[in-house]
Design a binder for this molecule. Structure first.
Ligand SMILES: [Zn+2]
Length: 313
């Protein structure tokens, strides 16, 4: 439980990244080096543990230290599903395992099915700007169906996409932001009403489009994660309070998901983001029940859909 302006509350984080050893090995390969520990040391970060079980313990201690009940941990390189699976298997009641999928290579549909069915993962993450594809492409539609059948969610990163670790390691990020418009999800979400979609960072710059999308598609959820520095693209730059106020008006507290966008150690869980968002929502005068939904209730609900066989603990 965590202390909040509304009293003690169960808090779950809908957005954190799993920077596993295999994740860093993947980046090291792109950088043509094998020395993962020196590469991570250059970043000033703690070297990743040898085993995912150890990393899972580290994250558990981190969540315990803050009183966070549970967190999404997203494998953040295509092909790193096994790491997320290891973490979830080690502490099934503390984490929701998500995985990044590149639908442009390999066999994405069986891969997604296996991740949900055999690896116990709960969310499929698409980054259309990264691999330069459109979520509207009908070749992807079976993916949305696989997620719905498994009772799992599809996370779609829209808006401005920067991957801090890539920039700091001097790795190129040849992304294409023209695939980043949340409106691309409009028809997709309407044609797949059984699939739950999550748009992170309040659209990361496409705030208006995200609100339009969520107002028309009841199966679209929106996460509040990170510092939401995309506000600087708007004039006049809205305050976080204005942004959250508008999101509450249009999306409603039943579809907003608190998230931090935590990732590496020693920084660990980003408590400052939590405190800022608590304070912002307190000023907006939301009720205890509404806060409980945003800070964990909504996530818990969509992770354990009613009537699905694989209910959580
Ligand atoms: Zn993130």
């Amino acid at each position: 439980m965590m202390r909040t302006p509304w009293g003690q509350m169960t808090v779950e984080d809908s957005h954190a990244h799993l920077f596993s050893r295999s994740f860093f090995e993947g980046l090291a390969r792109q950088r043509k080096t094998e020395d993962v520990d020196s590469m991570v040391a250059e970043l000033g970060w703690d070297p990743p543990p040898r085993s995912n079980a150890e990393l899972a313990s580290r994250w558990t201690e981190e969540l315990d230290g803050h009183g966070v009940a549970r967190s999404v941990l997203m494998a953040s390189l295509p092909g790193d599903e096994a790491a997320a699976s290891d973490v979830v298997r080690a502490f099934p009641d503390r984490f929701y395992g998500f995985f990044m999928l590149d639908p442009t290579s390999g066999d994405p549909i069986p891969r997604a099915r296996r991740a949900f069915r055999d690896l116990g993962l709960q969310g499929l993450c698409l980054f259309p700007a990264m691999q330069r594809f459109s979520v509207r492409d009908e070749a992807l539609w079976p993916l949305y169906e696989v997620a719905a059948e498994a009772g799992r969610v599809v996370f779609v990163h829209t808006g401005v996409l920067t991957v801090g670790v890539r920039a700091r390691l001097g790795l190129p990020s040849r992304f294409d932001m023209s695939y980043s418009n949340p409106l691309d999800l409009h028809r997709v979400a309407l044609e797949h009403p059984e699939t739950t979609f999550i748009v992170p960072h309040l659209g990361a710059g496409f705030f208006r489009e995200t609100l339009m999308l969520a107002s028309l598609a009841p199966n679209v959820y929106v996460d509040t994660s990170s510092s939401n520095s995309w506000r600087r693209f708007l004039t006049p730059t809205p305050t976080l309070e204005e942004v959250f106020g508008r999101a509450l008006d249009v999306v409603g507290c039943g579809r907003l998901l608190f998230g931090t966008d935590s990732s590496f150690f020693p920084r660990g869980w980003r408590r400052g983001i939590f405190e800022t968002q608590c304070e912002t929502l307190r000023r907006l005068g939301i009720t205890t029940e509404e806060a409980a939904e945003i800070f964990g209730g909504n996530l818990a609900r969509i992770m354990r859909p009613a009537g699905r066989a694989k209910a959580g603990p």
